[in-house]
Design a protein around this ligand. Sequence first.
Ligand SMILES: NC(=O)c1ccc[n+]([C@@H]2O[C@H](COP(=O)([O-])OP(=O)(O)OC[C@H]3O[C@@H](n4cnc5c(N)ncnc54)[C@H](OP(=O)(O)O)[C@@H]3O)[C@@H](O)[C@H]2O)c1
Length: 224
Amino acid sequence: MTRTLITGANRGIGRALAELAHAEGHKVIAAMRDPATATDLPQGITRLKLDVTAQGDLDAMEHALASQPLDRLMCNAGLGFRKDRIGGDTGTIAEWQAVMAANVTGVFMTISAALPALRRANGAKISIISSQMGSSTLAAGGAYAYRASKAAALNIGMTLAADLKAEGIAVGIYHPGWVRTDMGGTRADLSAEESAVGLLSCLEALTLDQTGGFFNWDGRPHPV
Ligand SMILES: NC(=O)c1ccc[n+]([C@@H]2O[C@H](COP(=O)([O-])OP(=O)(O)OC[C@H]3O[C@@H](n4cnc5c(N)ncnc54)[C@H](OP(=O)(O)O)[C@@H]3O)[C@@H](O)[C@H]2O)c1
């Protein structure tokens, strides 16, 4: 059975990913800051406390994963921050640090803590949920902190792909679409379920030949 861990799995895209993977027969570990916020997840999904910016939670996750292989890791947890603009409301240093801690350091540290378990699997795969706003080619102005954080997450994914390819671990980086969640808002194009279907099938289709690639939720290549 495919063992799959998803971060930020209590709501939004992460929750849809957890429910879909469970329905498709994965053994799902739904990681979230506060497991009490998702007591209504389907039975059979394991809830794990994980704030991706908390060293204690990361250590506990590494320990909890120690005995079994982990086949799939989906780094979905993320913090939006759209107010900042040059020459106006730049946001505070503390706000920037919070976005970088969740979207950049959190991604890297989660993968680092899960790596021993990923190494025990045969052909493990890692999904990093970045954003089209992390594309330097498509830079459109504004939202500096969020754009920079998602560009860094993309870069981390590409760098990890280079490091982990020889071990047979593939890394895909994804734009999930514009999705109707607390972050995406009610006017977005896709439901969380539609995005999850695309993201999960993209990860299943990912090969070592494509490792380090940046893709849309529906599998189309995304400009870096
Ligand atoms: N929605 C879109 O249109 C869109 C577009 C492009 C990219 N994305 C990316 O897709 C991912 C999911 O977004 P979403 O739309 O589902 O957002 P969302 O509804 O705001 O959910 C964000 C999730 O991330 C979790 N999270 C935030 N900081 C965390 C931390 N430090 N540790 C652990 N979990 C943390 C939240 O947990 P709490 O409930 O505890 O806050 C929540 O589960 C994010 O990485 C986002 O940047 C979304």
